[in-house]
Design a protein around this ligand. Structure first.
Ligand code: GLV
Ligand code: MN
Ligand code: MN
Length: 409
């Protein structure tokens, strides 16, 4: 019997997950290490237990579902993604890759298909970085790129320390068996919505992902003096907001790219005291800078601090780098397995790089890694309007299932 992905079951599971943290207009706000995150994980665990998968959790709260293979000495093939969302996120970013992994295991289980290697589905902790920045903490800690302790003092906007949120979470999951951080998979393949417009525009079912562009995140903090907006002469002010505007204007010039390959975003601004009739004594803003070329990523990223320092006139300024992920290329063994799987099932496919970062970026140094993309409507993501059809999602899972079976044979 051939393993058969159940399009309806997968869709219903995605919609059940979307109810956990649902916001207006089909959006989802399910931040990592919250009660909502725990509810979603319990739902996943229940479905995994139904097919006899074993469950475990590591010190970064990455959640692992495992289906054994026939060879107890063989290293596993791993798939998965993340279950946290952006604060104004959609129903598919991340959770699709986790549910698709479970659906693949379920299809193999239902068909009675054995594999030589175990197959594991992982739900990585805090991929988005929306509550605790940066993202990809779970996969960075697992791969040894960063130690989980290094994130301890990072605080959420409500003041919660990462270490405290993690401790509360691990206590709530203390009934689950623990496994050590880190492992040596045979291969890793992650399914995800594309989050860009190319597959839809080119009318392709499947994206065979070739690699991921590099990303660097910075936080710029400007300290001036608060003062009365009606009485303080402009020449006597140290206005943190005016210096922020100067800094961002200079950065826009640094990041100018006529080819529109470079990505530069100021996405979060915090101003204090944040009243209309006080000069701001403090302003901080984030920089999300991405480029597929390592040289450009390093050169322009390294120039950021100097450009900000020169642009600022009155305030004191610090520039802190919070995330640094170099561009990666995926492994031919995984790329070829995905390509074969799509071709065998008569899906149309194209190669493309990823503009978004993913946990897969941090798995690359550990084992052969790749990703499968499915189209999403108008390329919209990090937005409640994010949408892929049940059929598009099932096609990706069909390709994932055969890829996993092939790599685990
Ligand atoms: C992932 O969420 C990204 O911002 O690329
Ligand atoms: Mn994602
Ligand atoms: Mn995302």
């Amino acid at each position: 019997m051939q393993p058969k992905v159940d399009e309806r079951r997968q869709w219903d599971r995605l919609m059940a997950m979307a109810r956990i943290g649902a916001i207006a207009e089909d959006g989802v706000n399910r931040a990592c290490l919250t009660e909502l995150d725990r509810q979603a994980r319990r739902l996943l665990i229940g479905w995994a237990r139904d097919i006899g998968a074993s469950i475990s959790v590591d010190a970064a709260a990455n959640l692992w579902l495992r289906r054994d293979g026939t060879d107890p000495t063989a290293t596993p093939v791993v798939t998965g993604s993340h279950m946290d969302t952006q604060p104004n996120g959609g129903r598919f970013d991340g959770i699709y890759g986790v549910i698709a992994g479970l659906e693949a295991l379920t299809a193999l289980h239902d068909a009675g298909t054995t594999t030589r290697r175990p197959i594991e589905v992982v739900a990585w902790t805090n991929e988005e970085g929306g509550r605790f920045a940066p993202g990809c903490m779970g996969s960075m800690a697992w791969s040894g790129f960063r130690r989980i302790e290094e994130f301890a003092e990072i605080t959420a906007p409500d003041g919660t320390r990462f270490a405290d949120a993690l401790a509360v979470h691990l206590a709530a999951e203390s009934d689950l068996p623990h496994r050590p951080l880190g492992s040596e998979p045979h291969a890793y393949v992650e399914a995800h919505i594309e989050q860009g417009p190319r597959l839809e525009a080119e009318n392709k079912d499947i994206g065979i992902v070739t690699g991921i562009q590099g990303s660097r995140w910075f936080t710029v903090t400007l300290i001036g003096d608060t003062a009365h907006a009606g009485t303080t002469p402009l020449g006597l002010r140290r206005d943190a907001v005016q210096d922020m505007v100067r800094a961002i204007t200079a950065l826009n010039a640094l990041m100018h790219d006529p080819k529109d390959i470079l990505r530069f975003t100021v996405g979060r601004i915090v101003v204090e005291p944040n009243t209309s009739n006080s000069v701001a004594n403090r302003a901080s803003f984030t920089i999300d800078f991405r480029h597929p070329d390592k040289e450009v990523l390093l050169a322009r990223g390294d120039a950021i601090a100097g450009v900000v320092q020169s642009a600022v006139r009155d305030a004191g300024v610090t520039v802190a780098e919070t995330f640094h992920a170099l561009p990666v290329e995926f492994a031919p063994t995984v790329i070829n397995a995905v390509e074969r799987s799509a071709a065998d099932q008569a899906y149309s496919a194209m190669h493309l790089p990823s503009g978004a970062f993913h946990d897969a970026q941090f798995v690359v140094p550990v084992c052969p890694t790749g990703m499968i993309f499915v189209p999403c409507r108008k390329g919209i993501s990090h937005n409640p309007a994010e949408y892929s059809t049940p059929g598009q999602l099932a096609a990706g899972t069909n390709v994932l299932t055969q890829t996993l079976a092939d790599l685990a044979a």
